[in-house]
Design a protein around this ligand. Sequence first.
Ligand code: COA
Length: 260
Amino acid sequence: MSYNNILSDHQNGITTITINRPKKLNALNKVTIQELHDAFDAADNDENTKVIIITGSGEKAFVAGADISEFADFNVEQGGQLAAEGQELLFDFVANLSTPVIAAVNGFALGGGLELAMAAHFRVASTNAKMGLPEVSLGVIPGYGGTQRLPQLVGKGRAMEMVMTAGMIDAETALNYGLVNHVIEIEELLPLAEKIASKIMRNSSVAISEAIHAINANYEAGVNGFNVEIEAFGNCFGTEDFVEGTTAFLEKRKADFPGK
Ligand code: COA
């Protein structure tokens, strides 16, 4: 598939999706959101892709937010529609993907950029990264899941302060808050994400998908996550990966999982 605003590259079980509008600090316009949806969908359906890494091109920005020029003249209805479509097409879509998604935050992750990073299953950041939800400085609020995912990750008080001040936090603070798992020099960022991905790839993709589903259930209103876990746990017993994983352990050899 060919894209205008993103790059998608597959190597050794990892699909790296790079948002590629560096002159606009990789801001998410409508076309980019659709292309990201298509690239994530293709990678998720590709049996050779065990892990997806999402990052931004250049050394300045992961994503500096939703493209402000596209919604500056929207009315109430259009605003609501923008958020609903974006959440469905990209942010909830990524959060609920069966394939693990790691965000490699390589600079500014603001507004929709931080929301995209937060929709990923976890995040690593470069030392120059700066994160924030500046929407209230524009007279709007985060609309791509930010008011929900930020408190889940950093706690309500910190999320309230970040949203109300519209300020940015640096990578060390993000690490301290639990918003990112690791901070590293920018040239080591993708190698680190790939190293973590290779550890993930040694394990059963099928079991990992069930685990993502069960962990996400903890954050779904009206869903009993413990029940989801019980069902997901049971599902594993019907898979070839389970047979291979347990047999390999008992035979004292490394498991060779049949895959996705
Ligand atoms: N939407 C649309 N365009 C954006 C953008 C966004 N969210 N963020 C940056 N850009 C564009 C700028 O308009 C500029 O384009 P131009 O060269 O055609 O004028 C280009 O990207 C470079 O940005 P610039 O502001 O010149 O870079 P900077 O280094 O001075 O500042 C930021 C960097 C990130 C602090 C600043 O770009 C910014 O505040 N961006 C908006 C962040 C935001 O509010 N995001 C939430 C949106 S809901």
